[in-house]
Write a protein that binds this ligand. Structure first.
Ligand SMILES: Cc1cc2nc3c(=O)[nH]c(=O)nc-3n(C[C@H](O)[C@H](O)[C@H](O)COP(=O)(O)OP(=O)(O)OC[C@H]3O[C@@H](n4cnc5c(N)ncnc54)[C@H](O)[C@@H]3O)c2cc1C
Length: 478
């Protein structure tokens, strides 16, 4: 098997099966195809893309899963370049503010906040988000002795040590916990936020460490800056999206897999409605498992107990999202914001509301507002038990605590994501390493890929798919 991007005509090409047709599996198939392999992809459901999906709301196609991906992680942009989509990538509208809910009020996310961690205490004071006692406690971060831990700890524990409970629950949890609907007290600092773990290990003060990091890398950690709403920004974008929906990446990938641009590559055989329940269904020993970890755990059970057990420990959080389209005249105020975060401590069912029509130019129209309200997080399963009608009513009520909505929505979409996000609990990296090396020892031609392992974001899943394919090619047919 040649791995230099040109098919090898002198020997029998590798036959490889990919289980799971989300971004990780499709990217693995793409990588394998371009190395000359003969590939089959098996997807349990009736469509490609897994968590990436774009469906109609009213007469527009709107992202139902991710609406964006990190620009600074090269893999997303690079894949779009290979798929001839890079010229269409768009950045969010610059400098629209974000808000946090407190006591039925909308308070601005303080400027200088990086991933929910304040670096400008005066801005936190001015925002009114935190009591004076909470702020005084957070300032102690600058003078407290170093916080040490062995191996790994929870993000919540570390932030409580440095900043106290109030800032942790009012600022850090809504942002960092919100990213993957987790409970920050059970979220691994080392595997979910390696950049913060590095700061924790190298500087005494978290805030000073972040300030220094910010100076060296610019805005890439996702900071809020005091800028003028609506003005074009000169800073490189932190996020990208695609007009028409992120699922266009999936559509283009599937197109290329079926009809490779290079006529020397073999079209990938794509099988929808094809759940794999036993590895013996696949007519090859060379396999990429790009399905959720509990599925991989079941598939590996009969061949590698150790790997199977490690993967079985990965829990998933389910979320539900309702996307509302309103007439512009229906909401008061017409919020000039990218969104609102609803902290867990306030007890609402809504976790966040994204003003898609403000955040993205391609969703901005003169007459309509598009708002996506999210619900569901670790240890809060209320939304999962509601009917669609109950959920819609509940999220409208939660939104109504801060926005006056005086007309019914012109379109509504309810999206349930069962098993949306793998939980990276403390010790995650070690458990994954353990599972992978156990599997490699017994079955070097079976590889794991996807959101459960080395990052949940789209670029991380692309990287994971690519890496699994490369490792498989290196391992050879076995
Ligand atoms: C609501 C939501 C919002 C998000 N927002 C963002 C964001 O803004 N930015 C970002 O970067 N990331 C975001 N993410 C995360 C990101 O979208 C996912 O982590 C990523 O798409 C997961 O890709 P994957 O290929 O690993 O898994 P999946 O997309 O879960 O794909 C796995 C596939 O395996 C299939 N499968 C399952 N069992 C079997 C079986 N037995 N046989 C065959 N196939 C099987 C499934 O049907 C599925 O299609 C979001 C996720 C969600 C849910």
């Amino acid at each position: 098997m040649s791995s230099n991007n040109s098919p090898n005509h002198t020997t029998e090409p590798n036959r490889i099966a990919v289980v799971g047709g989300g971004i990780a599996g499709l990217v693995a198939a793409y990588e394998l195809q371009t190395a000359g392999a003969i590939v089959d992809v098996y997807e349990a459901s009736h469509r490609w893309g897994g968590k990436i999906q774009t469906t109609p709301v009213g007469d527009r196609m709107v992202d139902a899963g991710p609406d964006t991906f990190l620009a600074r992680a090269a893999e997303g942009v690079e894949l779009c370049r290979k798929l001839d989509l890079a010229d269409e990538l768009v950045a969010p509208v610059a400098a629209v503010p974000a808000y946090i809910h407190r006591d039925s009020k909308l308070l601005p996310l303080p400027s200088g906040t990086i991933l929910g961690i304040p670096t400008d205490f005066d801005a936190v004071a001015a925002s009114g988000l935190v009591s004076s006692e909470g702020l005084a406690r957070a300032r102690q971060d600058l003078v407290l002795p170093e916080t040490t831990y062995t191996d790994d700890c929870s993000l919540g524990w570390y932030c409580r040590q440095r900043l106290g409970d109030e800032v942790t629950m009012r600022l850090v949890d809504p942002l960092l916990g919100g990213i993957n609907a987790s409970n920050i007290d059970n979220l691994s600092l080392e595997s979910a936020f390696p950049a913060l773990a590095t700061i924790a290990k190298t500087t005494k003060s978290l805030v000073e460490g972040l300030r220094a990091h910010q100076k060296s890398v610019g805005a890439t950690l996702g900071s809020t800056k005091p800028t003028t709403a609506g003005k074009p920004s000169t800073a490189p974008p932190v996020f990208y999206s695609l007009p028409g929906g992120v699922a266009r990446i999936i559509d283009r990938l599937v197109e290329r897999l079926e009809h490779p641009a290079n006529p020397n590559f073999t079209p990938v055989r794509l099988h929808l409605d094809s759940p794999i329940s036993d590895l013996r269904q696949l007519d090859t020993q060379q396999i990429v498992l790009a399905c959720p970890a509990p599925v991989s755990s079941r598939l590996l059970k009969s061949i590698n107990q150790e790997a199977s057990q490690q993967l079985a420990t990965i829990d998933y959080t389910s979320v539900s999202q309702v996307t509302f389209e309103f007439n512009r005249s229906a909401t008061d105020p017409v919020l000039d914001a990218s969104g609102i975060l609803f902290p867990r401590v306030d007890g609402l069912v809504a976790t966040a509301a994204t003003w898609l029509s403000t955040k993205w130019d391609h969703y901005n129209t003169a007459d309509k507002v598009l708002i996506r309200v999210s619900s569901g997080r670790a240890d809060d399963l209320r939304s999962a038990t509601m009917t669609d009608d109950e959920l819609i009513a509940q999220l409208l009520e939660d939104l109504g605590t801060v926005i006056n909505i005086n007309q019914p929505a012109t379109a509504v979409r309810v999206q349930r994501w069962v098993g949306a996000f793998p939980a990276y609990t403390p010790g995650h990296t070690d458990r994954i390493q353990h599972a992978k090396s156990a599997l490699q020892d017994s079955h070097p031609t079976i590889r794991l890929a996807g959101a459960a392992y080395d990052g949940i974001g789209i670029p991380a899943c692309i990287r994971s798919g690519q890496r699994s394919a490369q490792e498989l090619l290196q391992a050879g047919p076995g």
